[in-house]
Design a protein around this ligand. Structure first.
Ligand SMILES: Nc1nc2c(ncn2[C@@H]2O[C@H](COP(=O)(O)OP(=O)(O)O)[C@@H](O)[C@H]2O)c(=O)[nH]1
Ligand SMILES: [Mg+2]
Length: 363
């Protein structure tokens, strides 16, 4: 299943502009749905190289699903029957907060003035507020349950009450839950709540074209102030990215180099998203298809094989693995084999970013 990323932010901050740049402008809203959903291919130069080598009939990039929610968290909580939109947001793997830093008199700002730092803090507060409301409701219910709970059930409720109470105290100090140290059991105990402030957050500072020459500097400045565990900041010009996304590759590259940009905004966004989620890619190759697969760093080979098909995971025998750099250096699979860099790995082998894998299985 594709990784899903929810785009939030104040209105007129450039959410739709960036969403359209990310999905090549081709995203259509699904009928009956307020939010726009679009799939973006995860750009990866290694796939292009592998395609040159294997000339496959089909090329499949990893994919990311973006959802432009078209609202801030607060308005999501207030609108929507029974918080439907908020629930949708809480199902995302990651959030992107688009923050306006561009000056443009023709685009009204809901806060009247442009102040990216203020808006970042305001959205962080919206996330912690939303979580606080969920926590308080749950704590109220636990209290009710404790009144009539049987002796055997009490420890479970009391443990949850203690944990949620601790989280509540942090939220009240405006600390997002991703900053709270929890052990594995506690993580598991709260995972069902899908707390928004616990999700990885990518802050995209949407700068104006006139600030492009200072993009790196601005990114550093905002990163220093706002990045942290599970939270990163990148700066880009949404409007320029959206324009470049509609051009053919050659002209876009020319424009890009004029502006001193080496990579597309999408590539940077996706890479940052990947890093936040601790995702890596491995590849399968052949004349039929060259394909990228996303897994969490640290995934063992057998489980990685399950990404391709549950049968391969079930009947896993071993994996033939070669590192991307080795294959490119040697030019062919046959040469990789001859030079001894094509390895046989067992089910507990930890798959690395860029591994080219072929799984042998038997069912
Ligand atoms: N000057 C300038 N305008 C932008 C930029 N990004 C978005 N806009 C404009 O700001 C307005 C609001 O953008 P939109 O993406 O619809 O914002 P949303 O409400 O967050 O979805 C549109 O008129 C965009 O063209 C930018 O980087 N620079
Ligand atoms: Mg919009």
């Amino acid at each position: 299943m594709a990784l899903s990323i929810g785009i939030i932010g104040l209105s007129q901050s450039g959410r739709t502009t960036i969403f359209q740049a990310a999905t090549g402008g081709g995203a259509a809203s699904r009928p009956g749905e307020a939010a726009h959903v679009g799939i973006a291919k995860v750009p990866d130069a290694r796939i292009d190289k592998l395609c040159g080598m294997f000339k496959p009939q089909k090329t499949t990039f990893a994919e990311v699903k973006y959802m432009d929610l078209g609202a801030s968290v607060k308005s999501l909580a207030q609108s929507g029957v029974g918080g439907e939109a908020l629930r949708e947001l809480s199902n995302m793997d990651e959030l992107i907060n688009v923050v306006r830093a561009f000056e443009d008199d023709s685009v009204p700002h809901p806060q009247l003035t442009v102040n990216a730092g203020r808006d970042i803090e305001a959205m962080n507060l919206e996330l912690t507020f939303s979580d606080l409301a969920i926590l308080e409701r749950r704590l109220g219910r636990i209290e009710q349950s404790l009144k009539s709970a049987k002796a055997l059930e009490r420890p479970k409720f009391l443990a949850e009450q203690e944990l949620l109470g601790r989280l509540k105290a942090e939220l009240e100090k405006d600390v997002p839950l991703r900053d709270v140290a929890l052990d594995a059991d506690e993580e598991k105990a709260i995972s069902g709540y899908q707390f928004l402030s616990a999700k990885p957050l990518l802050i995209v500072v949407n700068i104006g074209e006139e600030d492009l020459s200072r993009a790196v500097e601005l990114e550093k400045e905002f990163s220093g102030k706002f990045s942290g565990k599970g939270c990163r900041v990148i700066a880009m010009c949404g409007k320029l990215e959206a324009e470049l996304a509609t051009m053919d590759d050659e002209s876009a590259a020319e424009f890009r180099s004029d502006y001193g940009l080496s990579e597309t905004g999408l590539a940077r966004t996706v890479r940052a998203s990947y890093e936040l989620l601790d995702l890596i890619s491995f590849f399968t190759v052949g004349p039929d298809e060259v394909r990228a697969w996303s897994i969490t760093a640290g995934t063992p080979a057998q489980q990685a094989a399950g990404k391709i098909h549950s049968d391969i995971e079930r009947g896993f025998i071993r994996a033939e693995v070669v590192a991307y750099e080795d294959l490119i250096r040697l030019g062919t699979m046959a040469e990789a084999k001859k030079q001894g860099v094509l390895r046989l790995e067992g089910k507990t082998y930890i798959v690395k970013d860029g591994d080219i894998a072929h799984f042998l299985f038997n069912i």
